[in-house]
Design a protein around this ligand. Structure first.
Ligand SMILES: Cc1cc2nc3c(=O)[nH]c(=O)nc-3n(C[C@H](O)[C@H](O)[C@H](O)COP(=O)(O)OP(=O)(O)OC[C@H]3O[C@@H](n4cnc5c(N)ncnc54)[C@H](O)[C@@H]3O)c2cc1C
Length: 444
């Protein structure tokens, strides 16, 4: 392809993977009039049957990325009875009153008006997908290779079905086991693969009416983390209060060794119940609501072997592909939305330059590289901190943290600053910084 042919065309953005990061990025680009294609290996854009909650910073990023993303979330977000995130002692209980499901308060943090609400993942993604033109998503596209043929030429994406596509920039939103990450850093590089956090989780959506009979009105109507030794559980309402998202975590000293290489394994209720047998009546009641058969999810992350950068030339990683985290801050998907915001803003600047005709020849590729380096500079430190802090939070919730142990006062101080560092993040300032760093890098 000649250089002139490339220059005449608008910028082409390839998004690999249509999870929350890929879809919100797509909407952010669409909102800014930028051409993109999502290449998704599955045959539809869908999410797993579980709940998800978004931290307040993530909601602000949604608003700025494309107000329709935030409207979509608000449409499916389930109200809680109070605007606090609450941690309770799920372990100790009064043995002379063994049916009493009261739990001692450990910590209570204000999340802002209707902050940190949950929804069913599938409900959210369905609302988002309504806004994406069908022709901009290609299904059954399992990324196998990327070839950068040099400035003035488009990057070639190769898929397992033997087809190829071209783009000016490739953004890997292909999740924790990202193929693009492996292509960027090499199959044998430890940073290419996530590692086991030695915790797994039982996950289910349980009927609220049954839970209410056992736990009363309050516990089914708000977000609670029930902490305890070497295990903990989180519950929050979804599906407009009809269901409760239940995730019960346990520490696992062994290695995760699923024969099929999957991060999930089929199990039964009795295994889950057994792990919480010594917990208080509230947690045992919650566990009794699990279905007879369910999946357990091994929690992997990239803390032990982080990628050194999210960017290589005109290729970059976003969301879990870049910085897969354990879920203890409930901030993984929200971080992906923040990534998407920075990428959409910077690519928007390049797209404007292309439209003005001031981004021709090798300058187009140079601008893309500079934008991605800026994205990396703005996003790396915060997202790596979240990966690390999430592990720390997981230890705190299971009384394994060296200085907090099971001390509620120490717990309260520690979880407050860590949570607020995530929730209070100024996404407007992040975007301003990204633009000014990008301008400076272009002037240099
Ligand atoms: C138990 C648990 C609870 C959690 N709770 C929360 C929470 O409450 N709040 C929160 O913010 N986060 C939470 N998270 C984290 C959150 O789920 C993830 O951070 C988020 O879903 C990642 O989105 P993503 O789009 O980056 O990746 P993914 O959702 O993994 O999407 C990747 C997409 O890429 C596609 N793909 C993969 N490989 C290829 C390929 N080779 N070619 C083409 N397509 C490909 C996949 O099919 C998929 O559609 C939780 C995680 C866990 C495990």
């Amino acid at each position: 392809m000649s250089e002139t042919a490339v220059e005449e065309k608008p910028l082409d953005v390839a998004i690999v993977g249509g999870g929350i990061t890929g879809v919100t990025l797509a909407l952010g680009l669409l909102h800014r009039g930028i051409k993109f294609k999502i290449y998704e290996r599955a045959d539809s854009l869908r999410e797993i049957g579980a709940g998800i909650a978004f931290t307040p910073n993530a909601e602000r990023a949604m608003q700025k990325l494309d107000p329709r993303i935030h409207q979509a979330f608000r449409k499916v977000a389930t109200p809680n009875i109070e605007d606090y995130f609450v941690w309770v002692d799920g372990y100790h209980y009064n043995r002379s009153d063994p049916d009493n499901t009261n739990e001692e308060l450990v910590s209570k943090l204000y999340v802002g008006e209707r902050g940190f609400e949950g929804c069913r993942r599938q409900d959210f993604i369905e609302e988002l997908v309504k806004h994406i033109p069908k022709e901009d998503v290609k299904y059954g596209k399992n990324l196998a290779s990327v070839t950068d043929r040099g400035d003035g030429e488009k990057i070639v994406l190769g898929f397992r079905d033997g087809t190829t596509e071209e783009a000016d920039v490739v953004i890997g939103c292909d999740g924790i086991r990202s193929k693009l990450r492996r292509l960027m850093f090499g199959e044998d590089n430890p940073a290419s693969r996530p590692s086991y956090t030695h915790k797994f989780a039982f996950r289910s959506l349980v009927p609220t009416n049954k839970a209410r009979e056992l736990l009363g009105d309050y516990k089914v109507a708000t977000r609670l983390i029930h902490v305890g030794p070497n295990a903990h559980a989180i519950t929050f309402p979804v599906a407009m209060g009809a269901l409760i998202n239940l995730v019960a975590f346990v520490t696992d000293p062994k290695d995760w060794a699923a024969e099929d290489g999957k991060f999930t394994a089929r199990t039964n209720k009795s295994e889950a119940v057994e792990y919480f047998a010594a917990f208080g009546p509230a947690v045992r009641a919650i566990m009794s609501l699990l279905p007879d058969e369910l999946d357990k999810w091994a929690l992997f992350d990239q803390r032990d072997h982080p990628v050194p950068t999210y960017v290589r030339g005109r290729l970059c990683l976003a969301g879990d592909a870049a910085h897969a985290s354990s879920p203890h801050h409930g901030a993984g998907a929200g971080s992906g939305v923040e990534d998407a915001l920075v990428l959409a803003e910077l690519i928007g600047t390049i797209s404007e330059a292309v439209a003005r005709g001031t981004c021709t020849g090798s300058r187009r590729a140079a601008m893309v590289r500079a934008a991605l380096e800026t994205y990396n500079a703005v996003r790396y430190e915060r997202t790596q901190w979240i990966v690390d802090s999430s592990r720390v939070a997981g230890e705190m919730f299971e009384w394994q943290h060296a200085s907090c142990g099971s001390d509620p006062e120490k717990f309260d101080r520690e979880i407050a600053w860590r949570s607020h560092k995530i929730w209070d993040y100024d996404v407007d300032e992040m975007v301003c910084n990204a633009h000014s760093q990008f301008s400076s890098s272009l002037e240099a």
